[in-house]
Design a protein around this ligand. Structure first.
Ligand SMILES: Nc1ncnc2c1ncn2[C@@H]1O[C@H](COP(=O)(O)OP(=O)(O)OP(=O)(O)O)[C@@H](O)[C@H]1O
Ligand SMILES: [Mg+2]
Length: 361
């Protein structure tokens, strides 16, 4: 799938800007702070319905303006779509798909699939577990709507359960209320865990090959789902989660929050038999992050039949030449939107030059 063109108004540091993209490599070039990441952010926003860098959406509206607009045309195998997003300076957001209002974000997901890679993602291996959970959640939410809906429901119930733990400490009837929330938590949590395990199993297979090649046969990458929930694996995941929620209830009541469940899980990253989440060297971190992202691209293709749009924000400078080459070679079939301050690779590209919020060529 590809982004054919974009038109933005009062978005971040842009007043008005529009450009077409080529189906292959597109390079946004410009000095620091001219608006390269902002442009990529607008595309991510059209795919995921949210920004990769902020949850305060009014930040996306150009200072002093009332409303930011983003129009994007995308082309998929069998049809094309128009996505329009309006955000006002009260953070109110409206999304339209082919002119029709999108009322639930789940309806937008999967229309424009993106894989986003920035220096922050480069740190995925050593970051806190929530970053690896987000990596799984974003990928799975785009690929499978059931996942997104289960995750949204789970987060809502979790918030209510935690609220209850905080506000009803020692009150009568707390256990009966928790009984109700726990059933819903277990039902939706089980979908999340099951899909994550399945996904990691597949991701391991594709990322392992890429990692092996990049490390010149020196490193064997393995991935595993890391959870406290599945003790007593002979049962169904939902039953198991429910049982363990009951088991930890007294602890939860003391700590005033829910201590187990997929919101606490992680992905183990193992190289040559050792869990490297704390110990990976800089090089290993880069190789692994790259292998995970490239593996993710492959899984999108398997799951949806189409390659997603690959957004590479400022990552080339973090990679040595051989990794740069491998990255661009192995994704040559996908549309790539890449940003950098100077482009000096030989790969032919559609170069889009940006100067202070204006596209100059
Ligand atoms: N809401 C806003 N209104 C006006 N300007 C904004 C807004 N949000 C961000 N900016 C400006 O956008 C600029 C940053 O743009 P961006 O992050 O896209 O830079 P960049 O080209 O990616 O730079 P770098 O190469 O350093 O990553 C900053 O000058 C910032 O002040
Ligand atoms: Mg940037």
């Amino acid at each position: 799938m590809l982004v054919k063109n974009i038109s933005i108004k009062n978005f971040r540091n842009y007043s008005v800007a529009k450009t077409d993209f080529s189906p292959n490599l597109n390079v946004l070039v410009g000095e620091n702070a001219v608006g390269k990441t902002n442009m990529l952010e607008a595309i991510y926003l059209a795919g995921l319905g949210r920004s990769p860098r902020t949850s305060k959406e009014k930040e996306l509206v150009k200072n002093g303006e009332e409303r930011a607009l983003v129009y994007i045309t995308i082309e998929k195998k069998f049809r094309s779509h128009k996505i329009e997003i309006q955000i006002d300076n009260q953070s109110k957001k409206k999304v339209f798909l082919d002119g029709i209002p999108v009322l639930r974000m789940g309806e937008l997901l999967g229309v424009l699939n993106v894989v986003y890679f920035s220096p922050d993602e480069m740190k995925l291996v050593k970051e806190a577990p929530e970053n690896r959970r987000r990596f799984l959640d974003i990928s799975l939410s785009q690929q499978q709507r059931v996942y997104f809906f289960a995750l949204s429901k789970y987060n809502k119930v979790l918030k209510q359960r935690n609220n209850l733990l905080k506000t009803s400490f020692g009150k009568e009837g707390l256990d009966e209320m928790l009984d109700i929330w726990d059933v819903q938590l277990a039902e939706n949590g089980a979908v999340i865990i099951e899909k994550r395990i399945e996904y990691i199993e597949k991701l391991k297979k594709s990322a392992e090959k890429i990692h092996y090649k990049m490390s010149e046969g020196k490193e064997m990458l393995e991935l595993e789902y890391d959870t406290d929930t599945l003790v007593g694996k002979d049962e169904e995941i939902a039953a198991c989660l429910l049982k363990n929620l009951k088991k930890t209830r007294e602890k939860d009541k003391k700590l005033l929050y829910t201590t187990i469940g997929p919101h606490r899980d992680d992905m183990k990253i193992i190289i040559n038999g050792t869990d490297v989440r704390k110990f990976a060297s800089q090089g290993q971190q880069r190789t692994t992050a790259l292998a995970l992202k490239l593996g993710e691209m492959e899984l999108f293709k398997e799951e949806t039949g189409e390659l997603p749009v690959l957004i590479l924000d400022d990552v080339l400078s973090e990679l040595d030449e051989s990794r740069q080459r491998l990255l661009l070679e192995s994704t040559a079939d996908a549309q790539i939107l890449l940003s950098c301050t100077e482009y000096n690779l030989k790969n032919p590209a559609n170069v889009i030059r940006i100067v202070n919020g204006t596209i100059v060529e």
